[in-house]
Design a protein around this ligand. Structure first.
Ligand SMILES: [Zn+2]
Length: 70
């Protein structure tokens, strides 16, 4: 299943409105600017920042999660 080219043209990254790069294996839409990867489920792109796979640049998150926020 491939995404419609016209649909791809109107989609932008909800994080920074960057252009998206469609990849088929695995099927994701990757933002060309911030690198967030949005999953495509049943041919429908899930354009939610919460669902996006963030680039593992600043691996600070793992350590700081040891601190309990509550
Ligand atoms: Zn982006």
């Amino acid at each position: 299943m491939t995404l419609d080219a016209e649909l791809l043209e109107i989609l932008v990254c909800p994080n920074d409105r960057g252009e998206l790069d469609y990849q088929q294996d695995p099927e994701v839409l990757e933002c060309k600017t911030c690198g967030y990867r949005y999953p495509v489920r049943d041919g429908i792109p899930v354009m939610l920042i919460d669902e996006a796979e963030k680039p593992a640049s600043g691996s600070v998150a793992r350590r700081s999660s040891a601190k309990k926020k509550r």
